[in-house]
Structure formats: C-alpha cells, structure tokens
Design a protein around this ligand. Structure first.
Ligand SMILES: *Cc1c(COP(=O)(O)O)cnc(C)c1O
Length: 363
C-alpha cells in the first residue's frame, strides 16, 4: 500500500538521545530546554528574530489573528485546508473569498481591489503546496490600504526565494509542523511576526497570559509545545535538507513522466525559488480519465492519492447558507478543486513506485 504521504522520522536512537535530558530533568513542557533550543534553531534557519512555537499550526494562526486584534472582513481564498477559513470564523471575523491564480493556485492579487470594502481588516493568503504567492502585488496592496498581510505558510517551511525564507514575507506568517508536513514535530506550529511587542502578545496567548507565579496581566489560552515535540523538531531539523533532496528526486521523476502529457497540468517551477517539494498536484483537465476515475483506479491498486483541496472551504457543510460562502464566486478555484489530485510524495517513495503510479495513470 502507498499512502499520499508518510511521516519522516529521525533514527530511533537519535530521538532517544534527544529526550534523555527530559527524563533526567523531569521538565516535560512549559518552555523547557528543548523548546528554547528549537526556537533558537528556527530563528537561525528562517532568519527571523520574532517567533513563537505553538502546539499546532492552527492555534498559531488563531493567535496571530487575535494578536492583530482583527475585526470585520479578511481577504483570503477557499483553496486551502479547513484550518485557514475556520481560524478566521472562530476569531469572529468574516472570510471574503478571492479567486486563485490558475497556474500556482494561490490568491489572485487582481481580486483584492475588487473584494475590498470599508470593513476589510487584513489579507490572509496561503502559499498553496509551497508555491509562493505573488508577494510583491500582495505587499503593495497591503501597503496602499494599510492592511496587515498574514501568510498561511503551513506548506512552505523550507521554501526560500532568492535566499530569503517564506517566514520573512508579509507582516506575519504561520507554519504547521504537523506529522504530515515536510518538517514536523509530531504536532506543532510556529507564529512569526515582525516586532517584539507582538511576540510578547503571542507568548501571552499561548500560556494563559501568565508572567510570573503571582502575575497574570493578559487573558491568554494554552497553545504551548511540549518538550517531546520540540525534541522531535530538533532531530528532524538536522535531517531536513536530506529529506527535501529525496523529495526533489521523486518530484523530478514525476515531472519526467507527466510533463507535457495532453490533458495533464502541473504547477510551474517558480523562478528564484528553492522549493521544499511538499506536494505533487496534477490537474486532470481534458485527460482521457477524470480526476475521480484516476483516484479510483489508483485506490484499486492500494495507492492512495488525495483530492487536496476538495471540497473548497466555501462549500463546506458547516458554512451552508452563510452569505459569501459560494464556490460559484470563485470559479477558478472551483474548476481546479474538481480536477486536482495530489499524488503520493514522501522522501522514501521508491522511483519504481513513482513509475508504477505514472504507468497506471498513463495507461
Ligand atoms: C496543515 C495546515 C494547517 C494547520 O496546521 P496544523 O498544524 O495541522 O494545525 C493550516 N493551513 C494549511 C494550509 C495546512 O496545510
């Protein structure tokens, strides 16, 4: 059986050595040594000074939205994971859905002016599959209207543009370190911001606003990463470049086999961007088989691809009937969501398996 992804793990002994100190100290959570070491390593790797580890990416995003004290409408897209839209709604804001660019599936910046109202409070674009958004156009829009840009960079850990990490774009960014992501800490996430005052707020939000045993100046929740997760992150970070290189080999093989085939569309390679090869989406558009037929054909062979992202978040059951939630408003996103399939991709996927998958698709 081949799944769409398979979590990477460090050598067992390496993780055991990493958690030895946790046993010795009995300090299991609450910003211990591993948490501190992982934040330091991430500041280094991402080239960002202000960042807060979190228990998961979703709460990192909710905490960012809260830290910006947003009210009203947030410009975003429905071609994303449930988390992005749910975070906006759960924070008491309204998502306003922009359509996506048909090539890279990220927010189409031409939509921003069109959807702007007096209630617009922020922009929340997503670096879908690790494809970077149109950074300049979105930054320009934010600047012109005085709106913060907060990136959902859950897919973009390890992506760099001209040597600058995806963490550095926008006024803030969120990463997910979930087990299925390129880099993970079992569960985990990261909020990145630009100044020390906001970082203090993010740290308050993740630990009940507690500053000392008798000092609680802020109403916060709990979104702390524990020491075992931080230890996993430290181990995985050491192996990240190797994992990405293995993913690159798998991706190259898929491209060799599927590029230029009539009826199949692949994401273009972005110029000046060092990719993390997070996903391999294929759009079946005018192919002899539909996306759903390919999905079923592979499943019959024990190969589990994923209809990612389908359905669009603006067609979720939980939002039925809400004004503004209508996939017909975002026709490009609706078109792609009906036709896209992300193929199995992980570091240790054998090239023979990639060939078998391609043989099945090409028939
Ligand atoms: C994974 C993911 C999230 C949520 O991250 P968790 O760590 O699972 O909470 C948010 N947005 C996108 C686009 C994701 O893929």
């Amino acid at each position: 059986m081949i799944n769409v992804t398979r979590s990477s793990l460090p050598p067992f002994e390496e993780y055991c050595a990493e958690i030895r100190e946790i046993w010795d100290s009995r300090w299991l959570t609450n910003m211990g040594k591993k948490h501190e070491a992982l934040e330091a390593a991430l500041r280094d790797y991402l080239g960002c000074r202000h960042l807060a580890l979190c228990v998961n990416g979703h709460l990192a995003l909710e905490n960012l939205l809260e830290a910006f004290q947003l009210k009203g409408e947030i410009l975003t897209t429905p071609f994303t994971f449930a988390s992005t839209t749910h975070a906006i709604v759960r924070c008491g804001c309204r998502p306003v859905f922009c359509d996506i660019d048909p090539e890279r599936f990220t927010l189409d910046p031409r939509e921003l002016e069109r959807r702007l109202t007096k209630d617009t409070a922020a922009v929340l674009p997503v670096h879908v599959y690790g494809n970077l958004c149109d950074l300049e156009a979105i930054a320009d829009f934010g600047r012109r209207h005085g709106l913060p840009v907060i990136y959902d960079a859950a897919h973009a850990f390890g992506v760099f543009k001209d040597g600058v990490s995806a963490a550095a774009f926008g006024d803030a960014a969120m990463f997910s370190f979930h087990a299925t992501k390129v880099f993970h800490s079992i569960e985990g996430g990261l909020a990145v911001c630009r100044d020390a005052a906001m970082l203090q707020t993010l740290n308050d939000l993740k630990n009940f606003g507690i500053h000392g045993p008798e000092e609680v100046p802020f109403v916060g929740g709990n979104a702390k990463m524990n020491e075992f997760c931080a230890a996993m992150g430290l181990c995985n970070l050491r192996h990240l470049e190797g994992e990405i290189e293995k993913r690159r080999r798998v991706t190259e093989r898929y491209r060799q086999r599927l590029e230029g085939v009539a009826g199949l569309r692949l994401n273009p390679v972005q110029e000046g961007v060092k990719s993390n090869y997070a996903y391999f989406p294929v759009v079946f558009d005018g192919f002899r088989l539909s996306r759903d037929q390919v999905f079923a054909l592979l499943a019959k062979e024990g190969i589990h691809a994923r209809k990612y992202f389908f359905p669009l978040t603006n067609s979720f059951d939980c939002y039925r009937g809400r004004p503004g939630f209508d996939p017909a408003d975002t026709p490009v996103a609706a078109h792609i969501a009906d036709r896209v399939l992300t193929l199995p991709l992980y570091a240790d996927l054998a090239l023979e398996d990639v060939d078998r998958i391609c043989d099945l698709i090409l028939g």
